[in-house]
Design a protein around this ligand. Structure first.
Ligand SMILES: *[C@@H]1O[C@H](CO)[C@@H](O)[C@H](O)[C@H]1NC(C)=O
Ligand SMILES: *[C@@H]1O[C@H](CO)[C@@H](O)[C@H](O)[C@H]1NC(C)=O
Ligand SMILES: *[C@@H]1O[C@H](CO)[C@@H](O)[C@H](O)[C@H]1NC(C)=O
Length: 840
């Protein structure tokens, strides 16, 4: 009996051991759907088996009636393209998801001939619940005959839907679909934006593979890659073919360290390498460069794979790697890996600075004696933009057809209503064009808005939304009275000491910003755009006209421009103290006092209030955040980037990171729900700024526990408990008047209201902040005991103030445009009479 028991235990142990070993050996995806659409039988492709799409019990098609099947047996390029499912209406596949997290979504398309529909001119739009994967793709303007796309989607529920949307009068189709789990460790949340900014929040985004290169090695397919990836040879992307030489060793000699696994990249990737063409000869001072075309409107995630298989001994290979012109210096693989033939990889975030190409180079490091440089693999993935799209600027909500259950009757009503509106619009349009056509009308229909000249995808998103909503508003004529000063290129060269790198303040998607000094000693910030197309020049001019009209003490002003030699250079006033954010956290700058913070917030609020109400046409900033509030030498706050680009004219090395983090952290939730952009979206973002100023932490910090990640949510839970002081900047504790703090918290809370209608106007916010400042000043002036100053000042009931508050903001709303100083003076004069006991 006892022996049997022992034998049993022994066998169990062996089985358990085997189980552990086999589960270590390779990754087994929790979810793995390989579907051939419209086929009746299994298809085998690249060593994997694809099942007919409707045979899977955990995949559903929500509207089979609107789809039909086409098959084509003869000359499909691969077996997987032999059948297709064609959709005449928008139809969704629903996948049950066993394990949340990152999933590959791979789609295969081949416009099968003679299917009864012209699939070549079909328009393909594919969305998940949250992300746009393809938008209006058609084979008509595509070079290949078939297409394969790979996406990464972070699935956070127990199902994933893929909706195929045909556009009007056309169909959509798909030949095969893969939805497969990705190992948790594969994709990071953070990557480096050269030179030295950490960008986080990547795991929240959707990604699309645009390049995956096996340097110096053969094509690898699903047969050779446990995650079903395809790795392409790199030679066609080399800038100069002869600059690189390939080298390889046996894949079995690759020694994976604990931090890298065959899932990161198969050993075939690490066992082949491109190195410098004539390495180790006397004059080998050159770079090996790959030039990769990308969509300039997106930002990219790059993973670079290295494995030193060329050196004979340790420490004989040190080189530089460059992304565009930014260097990752002195890559010393021996010290990074501790051995030869040991894989290593590094993640980056970069964009093409509007050039439409990413250039990746490796070259010798002048400081080291070694004269070689290598690269084994390179992956480039497009990151979804602010509209959560990987293709264009329309969010999912815009692409899904409205859920229509209309009867004929309502259809007629709607039809005639549309007719009436259309006629009205045409009349207005006609009138506008007739009237404005005579004046100098800008080309872009939406050019009345302060559009970003070098806008990246994020800003473009908003812009297109606004232009749709604004319709006929385009006809506001711009009288080009004052375009600012014209600078000659020579003057700019002198001012910036020939664009000396040491005067570089920041780099962004649009180009570079330099500090400069004019002949008369005025300090300026010089923003130099990348050379652009004809259209870029038109936009450039429109921008100058627009910006010249906006003048306010709390807006960073444009001094002039230079368009000589097809340069596009803008000259702004120089803001000595840089962005507000750098005075809050992440630097060694001294802490701001509570009073300073209030004054800065008031200044910024005043600038925004002017944008919203001061100009003839209300202007929505659309990108309010602490990096866009700049401080001059006296810590006077000025709002920047209210028209030009995402990156301000002062120190801002975080272009990409603000594009990714900032936008999500500051974005009005209602804007995404309803797709209506109003001034109240700025008010929401400003609420986030207020919380950031109080708590001195980033708007979004993915490193923190879930409930703390988003400052708006986190601070609101404490504010609602009336305990905001628990999470405020520890440097402020005990130094803030409690009534002032309460007023500040209440104001931020109102700004962060769920619905725009519940949020105050910028004028009201301004007034409430003024009030908070007065409370603070009085408490320090009168050395008033803190706990006695709750809701009223020196016997004046709050209600009186608030009634007054409303009337003031009404007056402000009607104030003439450029009169901010007078307005301020008036406000504070009345205010001081009311609240300053000595003045009464
Ligand atoms: C390696 O280099 C040789 C010589 O230039 C070339 O013929 C070959 O195609 C290259 N192989 C790969 C995989 O790039
Ligand atoms: C890929 O895998 C197939 C089948 O396992 C094998 O025959 C082929 O040699 C492999 N190719 C490479 C480059 O690894
Ligand atoms: C290599 O490329 C970088 C980035 O473009 C450049 O700064 C560097 O001067 C180049 N090195 C050589 C030796 O050409």
């Amino acid at each position: 009996m006892k022996i049997v028991k022992w034998v049993f235990l022994f066998i169990a142990l062996i089985l358990f051991g085997l189980f552990i070993c086999s589960s270590n050996a390779s990754f087994i995806p929790a979810d793995s759907y390989l579907l051939t659409c419209g086929s009746k039988q299994n298809i085998s492709f690249q060593g994997q088996t694809y099942l007919p799409d409707l045979e899977h019990s955990s995949v559903k098609l929500n509207s089979q009636a609107n789809s039909f099947v086409a098959t084509y047996n003869s000359s499909a390029p691969f077996p997987i393209y032999q059948s297709a499912r064609i959709f005449t209406r928008s139809v969704s596949y629903e996948f049950d998801i066993k394990q949340k997290g990152h999933h590959w979504v791979r789609l295969y398309f081949y416009p099968i001939p003679n299917s009864g529909h012209d699939l070549k001119s079909a328009s393909l739009t594919v969305v998940t619940e949250n992300f746009v994967l393809l938008n209006n793709f058609t084979f008509e303007n595509y070079k290949g005959s078939y297409m394969w796309r790979e996406f990464v989607i972070n699935v956070d529920s127990d199902s994933l839907s893929l909706t195929f949307i045909p556009s009007n009068n056309s169909v959509a189709f798909v030949n095969a679909i893969e939805v497969v789990s990705i190992p948790v460790e594969l994709l990071p949340d953070q990557a480096l934006s050269l030179p030295s900014t950490a960008v986080s929040g990547i795991s929240e985004l959707a990604l699309e593979t645009v390049y995956r290169l096996n340097m110096g090695g053969p094509l690898l397919t699903a047969r050779n890659d446990t995650l079903g990836r395809i790795w392409q040879n790199d030679v066609q992307y080399l800038h100069v073919n002869s600059s690189a030489a390939n080298f390889s060793i046996s894949p079995s000699t690759i020694k994976y360290p604990a931090t890298v696994s065959p899932e990161t990249a198969p050993n075939w990737v690490y066992a082949t390498v491109e190195s410098m063409g004539d390495a180790n000869v006397a004059d080998s001072n050159f770079n090996v460069t790959w030039v990769l075309n990308v969509d300039p409107d997106f930002t990219y995630f790059l993973r670079v794979h290295f494995c030193d298989i060329v050196s004979k001994s340790l420490n004989s290979l040190v080189f530089n790697m460059y992304i565009n012109s930014d260097v990752w210096p002195s890559v010393d693989l021996s010290s990074l890996t501790g051995g030869l033939a040991v894989p290593y990889y590094k993640d980056f975030v970069a964009n093409s600075s509007d050039s439409g190409v990413l250039t990746i180079s490796i070259g010798p490091d002048a400081a080291a004696d070694a004269d070689n440089a290598i690269m084994n693999g390179l992956e480039i993935m497009k990151m979804s933009n602010e509209a959560r799209s990987l293709d264009g600027v329309s969010p999912v909500e815009h692409l899904l057809p409205p859920r229509a259950t209309k009867t004929k009757h309502t259809a007629i009503i709607i039809g005639s209503a549309i007719g009436v509106v259309a006629v009205a619009v045409m009349i207005v349009l006609f009138y506008c064009c007739f009237v404005c056509g005579k004046s100098k009308t800008p080309q872009q229909p939406h050019s009345w808005l302060p559009l970003p000249l070098y806008g990246n995808s994020l800003t473009l998103t908003k812009m297109s939304t606004v232009s749709q909503k604004s319709g006929t508003a385009s006809c506001i004529s711009l009288t080009s009275t004052n375009l600012g000063r014209f600078f000659s290129f020579q003057e700019i060269m002198d001012a910036t000491n020939k664009f000396d790198e040491s005067s570089l303040l920041g780099v962004g998607g649009f180009g570079r910003v330099y500090k400069g000094t004019l002949e008369d000693g005025t300090k300026v910030a010089v923003k130099r755009g990348n050379p652009r197309s004809e259209q870029g020049i038109a936009e450039f001019r429109t921008e100058i006209e627009m910006l010249s009209k906006l003048r306010h003490r709390h807006l960073v002003s444009l001094i002039g421009y230079c368009d000589e030699r097809s340069e596009m250079i803008l000259v702004y006033e120089y803001m000595a103290n840089g962005p507000l954010r750098s005075h809050l956290y992440g630097t060694d700058l001294p802490h701001l006092s509570w009073k300073q913070r209030l004054e800065i917030c008031i200044g910024a609020a005043r600038g925004l209030h002017y944008l919203h109400t001061g100009a003839t046409q209300s202007i929505i900033h659309r990108d309010v955040k602490t990096t866009n509030i700049l401080l001059d030498e006296n810590f006077v706050a000025k709002v920047a980037d209210f028209g030009l680009s995402k990156t301000g004219p002062a120190i801002d090395q975080t272009h990409v990171s603000t594009a990714v983090k900032g936008s999500f952290g500051y974005l009005d939730p209602e804007y995404f729900r309803r797709q209506q952009l109003t001034e109240k979206s700025d008010v929401y973002s400003f609420g986030v700024v207020l919380m950031e100023v109080l708590c001195t932490r980033p708007a979004l910090n993915p490193v923190l526990p879930r409930e703390q990640v988003n400052i708006a949510e986190w601070a609101m839970t404490w504010q609602k408990k009336g305990m905001l002081d628990q999470i405020m900047d520890s440097n402020l504790v005990g130094k803030v008047n409690s009534a002032s703090l309460k007023k500040f918290g209440d104001t931020a809370e109102k700004c962060l209201a769920e619905y725009g209608a519940d949020r105050p106007s910028m004028g009201d916010v301004l007034w409430n902040l003024e009030y908070a400042l007065q409370l603070e000043e009085m408490s320090s002036a009168l050395a008033e005991p803190e706990d006695n100053s709750t809701n009223h000042i020196q016997g004046l009931p709050l209600t009186t103030l608030e009634q007054f508050d409303n009337s003031v903001s009404m007056i402000n709303g009607g104030h003439p445009a450029n009169d901010d100083d007078a307005e301020d003076a008036a406000t504070s004069a009345v205010f001081s009479q009311l609240v300053n006991p000595r003045g009464r």
